[in-house]
Structures are given as C-alpha cells and as structure tokens.
Design a protein around this ligand. Structure first.
Ligand SMILES: NC(=O)c1ccc[n+]([C@@H]2O[C@H](COP(=O)([O-])OP(=O)(O)OC[C@H]3O[C@@H](n4cnc5c(N)ncnc54)[C@H](OP(=O)(O)O)[C@@H]3O)[C@@H](O)[C@H]2O)c1
Length: 309
C-alpha cells in the first residue's frame, strides 16, 4: 500500500498508509521510524503530546542519511491542548524536536484548551485531581491561528483531529481555509459514518487512527474480520487496513516491530460482499449500542460524538 496516495484539497498528495508513533517507547521509536521510512513508508504521524518527537526526528534524520529525501516523506504533527491559544509556539516546539523546518500537515489534536499556565506542560491538573480545562474556550479561535501558521510556510497544510460532525459544522462556516484533513478513530467497530460523509461532502480527507483498536489490537479477533481474513488467507491486520483503502481514507498503523511494520504494507482489494459484511457488523454494533471507542481521554468535554453524549 506504500505507493498508493490520495489528493488533499490543497492539491498535495497524501500517502494511503502512515506509521503511527503514539505510545512508541523511547529507545524504540527512532528505530521504528527509520525502519519504516527506509522500507517504503512515506507518512509518519506524530504529535507534541506523544512526548517522543525528538526520537521521531532522529529516525527521520537517519532515514535521510540513507538517501530518503525530505520532500518524499509526509510528516504530520499536532498542536496539543495546552497550546491551542499558542499554535505557532506549539508548532515551533514540534519542528525543533523533529529537526525539520516544516511539516506537511499540522492538526488541532483535540478541540479543547487545557490551562496553558497550569501545573504541567501537557496534562495540567487541578488540586482535586481533575484535568485543568478552560471551559469557555471556543475551538474556532484555534482555527484562526492554524490559518495564520499555514501562511508562515512552517506547515504545508492544516487540519483537525477528533472533530465530530457537530464540531465541524461549527467550524466550517467561519473557516477561511477548509481543513485538509480530519484525523479520527476509525474502524468497523467505530465507523463514524456521519463524520466520514460530511468530510467527503466538504473535501476533507479522513485519516483513520487506531485501525486495530489501538494497543494490543483488540479488533484482530472480531468475527467478520477473522472471516474475511480467512477468505483471502491473510492476517486480520490486512483486512483492518484494507477497509480504509476501500473507504478512500489514509490509515495510520502503529508498530515498533520490524516484521509488523513490513506486514502492514499488505492490503487486499475488498469486494462488495466483504464491505457489506463489515458495514452490517458496524450497523449491528450501532443498533445494539455496542460501538467500541478505544481512545477517549477523560477530558470530560462533550465533543459531540453520538456514542459519547
Ligand atoms: N489524533 C489522535 O488523537 C490519535 C489518537 C490515537 C492514535 N493516533 C495515531 O494513530 C496511530 C495508530 O493508532 P494506535 O497507536 O492507537 O493503534 P493501532 O495502530 O490500532 O494499534 C497498535 C497496536 O497494534 C500492534 N500491531 C501493529 N501492527 C500489528 C500487526 N501487523 N500484527 C499484530 N499486532 C500489530 C502494535 O504493537 P507493536 O507496536 O508492539 O508492534 C500496537 O500494540 C497512533 O500511533 C497515532 O499516530 C492519533
């Protein structure tokens, strides 16, 4: 899948597959990035919040030293919630850690503001242990700043992450630049079809995160995934990745394990019968109220996702 791309509303190409780096431990992530990029991956997804961008940068640097060109790798970073009123400062920090002078895509990681003057740079807390959130923050204000950093050239495109349909509908009427991307949790157990449909209609490319259900890959054992994998004689991971290709989305697969990084380059072309089976599975989970959202930090903010009222 490493040679497949989609086109963003900026006109730039975005690879169909990216390497995720969330929870990739120190001492592992630089090697994983170097391995992936020197073995065909052309997109690396990172974030200030992951606390490992310096190592991601080391991995990129090592790959560049082996002849991979900077312009051939699509690098993604995200402004963290303590920086949503200081977007350029956040981007500058990420660039410095990554050792780059631009990223290809910069995203609003989550649409909220945590206290920029709180007791921690990433996860400030109140004395009672609750997260220190600024409740009267209005997320479109961050988008103004995103538009301003786009003009600096320090990022080639701007987008959002974890935006529900409700939040997109609040943002789009006031946005001068339509987000190039919405990066959301996406897999057959959380299809978020209403967001995907709105993104399609507005020309916003979907980047799917946690395709395996995040750490440990809990979706590998889901019944329809196992069945379709048996049909093609491939691993469940291949089906979970192929699902996004069929939906026209970029997919981010995290691994720090060389043979898995290699394996995740394999996809099959799912046919109408497979897609129906996966859609029926999604519909059934929706009907039973059993959708599975694996990544939902306990902010306590109502972000407008139907499964998280
Ligand atoms: N925007 C956001 O808020 C947000 C939130 C979550 C994630 N993301 C992005 O999306 C990326 C992917 O999501 P994720 O990290 O949550 O989870 P994921 O990619 O769904 O799953 C990662 C897990 O699957 C394992 N794995 C990977 N390939 C495998 C294979 N072929 N066979 C068996 N196991 C395999 C990994 O193990 P090993 O690493 O040990 O090999 C790891 O435990 C993140 O890393 C991050 O870049 C963004």
């Amino acid at each position: 899948m490493t040679d497949r791309t989609f086109t963003l509303n900026t006109g730039a190409k975005i690879p169909a597959l990216g390497l995720g780096t969330w929870q990739s431990a120190p001492g592992e992530v630089a090697a994983a990035v170097e391995y992936a990029v020197t073995h065909g991956y052309r997109l690396v997804d990172g974030a200030y919040c992951y606390g490992n961008e310096e190592e991601v940068g080391q991995g990129l640097k090592a790959a560049f030293a082996k002849g991979i060109k900077r312009e051939d790798v699509f690098v993604v970073s995200k402004v963290w919630a303590t920086y949503t009123t200081r977007v350029e400062e956040g981007l500058d920090k990420s660039l410095k850690s990554l050792g780059l002078d631009y990223v290809d895509l910069f995203l609003v990681h989550w649409p909220l503001l945590m206290n920029p003057n709180g007791n921690d740079d990433r996860f400030p807390k109140l004395p009672n242990g609750e997260r220190d959130i600024i409740w009267d923050y209005k997320h479109p204000e961050t988008w103004r700043q995103m538009e301003a950093v786009l003009a600096t050239g320090k990022t080639k495109a701007i987008g959002v992450s974890n935006y529900s349909k409700k939040y997109l509908e609040e943002l789009l009427p006031v946005a001068k630049v339509v987000p190039a991307v919405n990066q959301i949790e996406n897999h057959p157990a959380l299809p978020q079809q209403e967001i995907v449909d709105l993104c399609r209609e507005k020309g916003i490319h979907v980047m799917a995160y946690s395709p395996f259900g995040s750490t440990g890959g809990p979706l590998f054992t889901a019944e329809p995934i196992v069945e379709i994998a048996a049909k093609y004689n491939v691993k469940p991971a291949t089906i979970l990745l192929s699902y996004h290709l069929a939906r026209g989305a970029t997919v981010l697969a995290k691994s720090v394990t060389a043979d898995r990084i290699d394996a995740n380059k394999t996809v099959v072309d799912l046919d109408a019968e497979d897609l129906k089976k996966l859609n029926d599975y999604s519909d059934q989970l929706t009907k039973e109220g059993k959708l599975q959202r694996f990544v939902y930090p306990p902010f306590g903010v109502p972000f407008g996702f139907p499964d998280k009222p």
